[in-house]
Design a protein around this ligand. Structure first.
Ligand code: GDP
Ligand code: MG
Length: 295
């Protein structure tokens, strides 16, 4: 069987369980999808690597907004942009609770033209289970859905069926991300660049090329992002310059970088920075790749 790979956009009105579903599908909590979403404009990628397919789920954290107006604004801006490039749309609805907002989301999906898989979430709340049938029948009558999958993101029931439906709709192709990668790299990479930019601005005379930045830790926490960065230099003397008197220089650099990172990520950042010496990393191809200066 040919390997498939592509993007699947998770779309739906607030509270239907998109974030919960994403975490369930990834088998891992990507807290990034669940807090301070109002201010986040960046889409979040959740990468699921299977033997036969790599599904890159695109979550749209801007969805926690109330009222029809905010919802429309959201749809006009973020949702269309976020799902413009996906291969499949996962339209998440809550079992037995079709609303005008669902209808508004669906109207926008129609324009998108991608195959739509409906994830009918929260079936664990429906008792007896037969009560679900009229809702599913109604959805089935709206034509144009590639599949309708009743499931529970909370219990995990039938989430594997959704994964199968999504996978088979993706284009054939090799994996796009390393198999151990769960979320997208650009944020991390950009964060590293912001720190490197600060160093370059402050020390361009003393340290013209001999600095690389590696992000060792990038963790979503309830209060923001916790970032651990390593600044790689080639000589002990360069390390001393960066640290400064009693660490004052490093502190100033890190503070400036942290502010930039928080602005970029649109959430608070806790930043720890270490400086390490790696002899002649800049002429070592393997070191360069490790530090993210590849492809
Ligand atoms: P989002 O706004 O679409 O991202 O929705 P969330 O993932 O934040 O979930 C909204 C609420 O629905 C939370 O309280 C979840 O715990 C709950 N929820 C999500 N999935 C399920 C499910 O499968 N069953 C039940 N009973 N509740 C769920
Ligand atoms: Mg959410």
């Amino acid at each position: 069987m040919a390997h498939r790979a592509g993007y699947a956009g998770l779309v739906g009105r607030p509270n239907v369980g998109k974030s919960t579903l994403l975490n369930r599908l990834l088998g891992q909590k990507l807290a990034i999808t669940s807090h301070k979403p109002q201010t986040t404009r960046h889409r979040i990628l959740g990468i699921r690597t299977l033997a036969e397919a790599q599904v890159v789920y695109v979550d749209t954290p801007g969805l926690h907004q109330r009222g029809a107006k905010a919802m429309n604004q959201y749809l006009n801006r973020t949702a269309r942009a976020a799902i413009a490039d996906v291969d499949v749309v996962v339209f998440v609805v809550a079992a037995g609770a079709w609303t005008d907002e669902d209808a508004a989301v669906l109207a926008n999906l129609r324009r998108n033209g991608r195959p739509v898989v409906v994830a009918v979430n929260k079936v664990d709340e429906v008792r007896p289970r037969d009560d679900l049938l009229p809702f599913l029948a109604e959805l089935g009558e709206r034509d144009g859905f590639a599949a309708i999958v009743p499931l529970s993101a909370r219990t995990g029931e039938n989430c594997d069926a959704l994964e199968r439906e999504v996978s088979r709709l993706l284009p054939e192709g090799p994996p796009m991300f390393p198999e151990d990668q769960v979320t997208d790299r650009p944020e991390r990479f950009f964060v590293a660049e912001l720190l490197r930019e600060q160093i370059t601005r402050r020390y361009h005379k003393e340290l013209p090329y001999a600095v690389a930045v590696e992000i060792e830790r990038f963790e979503e926490r309830p209060g923001g992002v916790s970032i651990g960065a390593v600044i790689w230099v080639e000589r002990d003397s360069q390390r001393a310059i960066l640290i400064g008197r009693q660490g004052s220089a490093l502190k100033a650099t890190a503070t400036a970088a942290r502010k930039q990172m928080a602005a970029l990520l649109e959430r608070p950042v806790h930043l720890e920075v270490w400086i390490k010496v790696k002899k002649s990393w800049s002429s070592d191809e393997k070191s360069l790749l490790q530090l993210g200066y590849g492809d």
